[in-house]
Design a protein around this ligand. Structure first.
Ligand code: ADP
Ligand code: MG
Length: 249
């Protein structure tokens, strides 16, 4: 599904991500874990085109996407959510999901918001894609509500629906359980499992190791920007390098 080779980025003197090589299998849940500041969000920003890497290549479904712009990455079949919720609270749940769809079909988010040159047919296509996405995350009944009136977990689902509205093959979730209570976390994990059972590939970032142990098929551990371990949960949780990194953090 996705392969990164020697991926790295430097901010001044800091190697936020350094020489990461990894293959992400299709149809599975891969978790990127590591202590705070390990480079997890930066890794997402690199593969989703928000940052240009200093070194390395990103191959998605056989295509080199290293130099693509964010909307081109989305158009190629990859969508993401953000660590902090980035929904439009004053807009309806449906409108939020429609923006997620337009990011794929238009030049970018600004264009999506300004509705430049909109035709009825495009509007209907966005609406259909948005409703499908809302159904997938279980909030279709709330389509007309202002997004800001949803619960914390509901707002997370809106964010996921925005990503799904572009109909991605690969979904990137940055700390989906952040700010959720235990019940909400269980419910979100079940949603992620359902999406993967439906054919989606998921990569998620999480700093709490315990959360991903029962969810992930495959785990990649970052520490100080470097990959220090990789494998199935049982392997990774017993890896001395991983235990050391977590104890030291
Ligand atoms: P994580 O998501 O694993 O907690 P991040 O990827 O957010 O870690 O950050 C990794 C390191 O890179 C941190 O030291 C952070 O301060 C730094 N960093 C992240 N983004 C930037 C940026 N845009 N400019 C400068 N430093 C950054
Ligand atoms: Mg982060």
């Amino acid at each position: 599904m996705l392969r990164v080779e020697g991926l790295g980025i430097r901010f001044g003197g800091l190697h936020a991500v350094k020489d990461v090589t990894a293959t992400i299998p299709a149809g599975q849940i891969t978790a990127i874990i590591g202590p705070n500041g390990a480079g997890k969000s930066t890794f997402f920003n690199l593969i989703s085109g928000f940052y240009q890497p200093t070194t390395g290549r990103i191959i998605f479904q056989g295509q080199d996407i290293t130099r693509l712009k964010t909307h081109e990455v989305v158009a190629s079949g990859m969508a993401r959510t953000f660590q902090t919720t980035t929904i439009y609270k004053e807009l309806s749940v449906l409108e939020n999901a429609m923006i997620g769809h337009r990011v794929r079909t238009r030049a970018g988010l600004l264009d999506a918001l300004l509705r430049t040159g909109r035709e009825r047919r495009d509007e209907q296509e966005s609406r259909d894609a948005a409703m499908t996405a809302l159904t997938r995350v279980g909030i279709a009944a709330h389509a007309a509500r202002p997004a800001g009136a949803m619960t914390q977990e509901g707002q997370k689902r809106v964010g996921i629906a925005m990503a799904l509205a572009s109909n991605p093959k690969l979904l990137l979730l940055d700390e989906p359980a952040a700010g959720m209570n235990p019940e909400e976390t269980v419910s979100l994990m079940a949603l992620i499992r359902e999406l993967v059972a439906g054919g989606l590939t998921v990569i998620l970032v999480e700093h709490k190791m315990s959360l991903v142990m029962s969810l992930a098929d495959h785990i990649l551990v970052l520490h100080h920007g470097q990959k220090i371990s990789e494998g199935v949960p049982a392997q990774v949780s017993r890896d001395p390098a991983v235990i050391e990194a977590y104890l030291g953090s």
